[in-house]
Design a protein around this ligand. Structure first.
Ligand code: 5GP
Ligand code: ZN
Length: 117
């Protein structure tokens, strides 16, 4: 069982924010912003490339609700999905990073970074 499935099952503790029958939001263990939340489907889906449109139809309002509950719906936030090896995905259970709580830089997507790839 993958690490996020273990979090869903309660076998590994997590700092949960919000959940429904299909999705779970919890704080990232190593936050990269003042607010750094992970949103996952409770069902194991490996990556964004494998998610169904039906699942995304539920995921979208869930993420919006998480943003509202944590007070970043108006101030703004960034969604990141790392997909596969080149995308830097380390946990192979689909997750949306929800980052906010302060003005975010865009340092990983500058022209300089692009040229060095
Ligand atoms: P990825 O690199 O796969 O897009 O992101 C994985 C994220 O999961 C990272 O931001 C990492 O800090 C987070 N993470 C890894 N293990 C755990 C854990 O056991 N608990 C929580 N809450 N976050 C984790
Ligand atoms: Zn899983």
């Amino acid at each position: 069982m993958c690490i996020f499935c273990k979090i869903v099952e309660g076998q590994i503790p997590s700092n949960k924010i919000f959940e429904n029958d299909d999705f779970l939001a919890f704080h990232d263990l190593y936050p990269k912003a003042p607010i750094h939340i992970l949103v996952i489907p409770k069902k194991h889906v490996v990556c964004f490339q494998e998610v169904t449109a039906e699942m995304m139809a539920g995921m979208t309002p869930f993420i919006q609700e998480v943003a509202t509950l944590t007070g970043i719906d108006k101030s703004g936030y960034r969604l990141i999905v790392n997909n596969g090896e080149d995308g830097g995905q380390e946990v192979h259970h689909l997750h949306f990073h929800v980052l906010g709580g302060g003005k975010l830089r865009f340092e990983h997507l500058t022209d300089e970074t692009h040229k060095s790839l």
